[in-house]
Ligand binder design. Structure first.
Ligand SMILES: *Cc1c(COP(=O)(O)O)cnc(C)c1O
Length: 355
């Protein structure tokens, strides 16, 4: 480590992304990307980007994309924020709504980035335990003395609370900000709580184009909330990176928002594949959590998950293994195409001879 690192930087434990192998071709079921390409309209829009125009800065207010999103969700532009992936949007929320030393609540098993941000911004993390079946007990999230981050569906479990349960948490923490990270909500039709933001000024809903809109490589995330919350995020953005959305991302995002038919088609296919694979893995003696996302969290019983991860990798299939207490008994398997998943099952049957 450089001797110029600050003490704070030297003790950070950065987020560990899933492997992104650049050479060997794997069936890649490890980072919850879409197995399908983005809408053909995205490709067309990118081709139409005026390259000479790239000499100019992009619109710092990102008006066109925010307008497109507002229209889609029947919101006003003042209720919409966009950023470079939802990770950036979440980071702005950590910067905007906490002072150093404040408490921040999140489930004991959830998206690893919340803890990373909490440490980066010198907050006190409080982890609320999940039930033994990995479900969120709503009663343990009421009346908190700090802001709350909740991924819904949760990661890496895939388990989803319904809108009424989220509303109860928001209602019973009226003086706390409740951030609902809906990275996977498009795989849980009808469960988004974006419809609640007009009713509660303490609810911020964060979404991403990385999973359901097949644009992880483009880096587009969003937040929906009361105009004052959105203005708070903007204060941070204009204090940190005013041009956070480049011209190509903006064009791609607008095109993706405009193709609802394609969006419904690929999310529907992923949901159908997920249900089929869930049934088959259960029949093969795996414990499979009831996921409403684009991945399954599964526990093998005739081999350790660590050994299975290694053997799958040797056979050309990448899944996600978390070397942490409790969840180390499981593997997170992203839903691929039907062909990819059939090959995955075939390889599994070879690795687990008695299954
Ligand atoms: C993937 C993911 C994100 C980050 O997505 P971006 O690519 O940064 O938009 C945020 N939250 C959860 C729970 C995720 O799984």
């Amino acid at each position: 480590m450089s001797r110029f690192l600050s003490k704070a930087t030297s003790i950070l434990q950065p987020y560990t992304p899933g492997e992104q192998p650049q050479a060997m071709r794997y069936i890649k079921l490890n980072t919850n990307e879409s197995p399908y390409p983005p809408s053909p309209r995205v490709e067309a829009a990118i081709h139409q980007v005026d390259c000479a125009g790239l000499r100019l800065y992009p619109d710092p207010d990102v008006t066109t994309l925010r307008e497109a999103m507002a229209r889609h969700y029947s919101l006003t532009q003042e209720q919409v924020f966009v950023g470079g992936g939802s990770d950036e949007v979440l980071g702005y929320a950590f910067m905007a709504f906490f002072d150093r030393g404040d408490k921040v609540y999140f489930p004991s098993i959830t998206y690893g980035f919340y803890k990373v941000y909490a440490d980066l911004f010198h907050l006190r993390s409080v982890e609320i335990p999940l039930e033994s079946d990995f479900s969120v007990n709503v009663d343990t999230f009421l009346g908190l003395d700090g802001n709350l981050f909740l991924a819904n569906p949760n990661a890496p479990t895939g388990i989803c609370l319904d809108v009424a349960q989220i509303e109860k948490i928001v209602q019973r923490n009226r003086n706390r900000l409740v951030v609902i990270d809906e990275a996977y909500i498009d795989f849980a039709p009808g469960q988004s709580c974006v419809g609640l933001i007009g009713k509660y000024d303490n609810l911020l809903v964060v979404q991403t184009f990385s999973k359901s809109r097949a644009l992880a490589g483009m880096r587009i995330g969003s937040a929906f909330g009361h105009p004052d919350l959105i203005a708070g995020l903007s204060r941070i953005k204009y204090s940190f990176n005013p041009y956070n959305m480049d011209r190509i991302s903006i064009a791609a995002g607008i095109a993706a928002m405009g193709d609802e038919v394609y969006f419904k088609e690929i999310t529907g296919k992923i949901i159908a594949t997920r249900e089929r694979i869930r049934t088959q893995l259960t029949a093969m003696n795996f414990t499979v959590l009831p996921s409403q996302s684009n991945f399954l969290f599964v526990r093998p019983h005739t081999i350790s998950s660590g050994a299975l991860y290694v053997q799958l990798k040797e056979n050309g299939v990448l899944v996600r293994f978390f070397n942490k207490p409790v969840i180390c008994e499981y593997l997170r398997v992203t839903i691929g195409t039907d062909d990819e998943m059939d090959e995955f099952l075939q390889i599994l049957r070879r690795i687990l001879p008695c299954a």
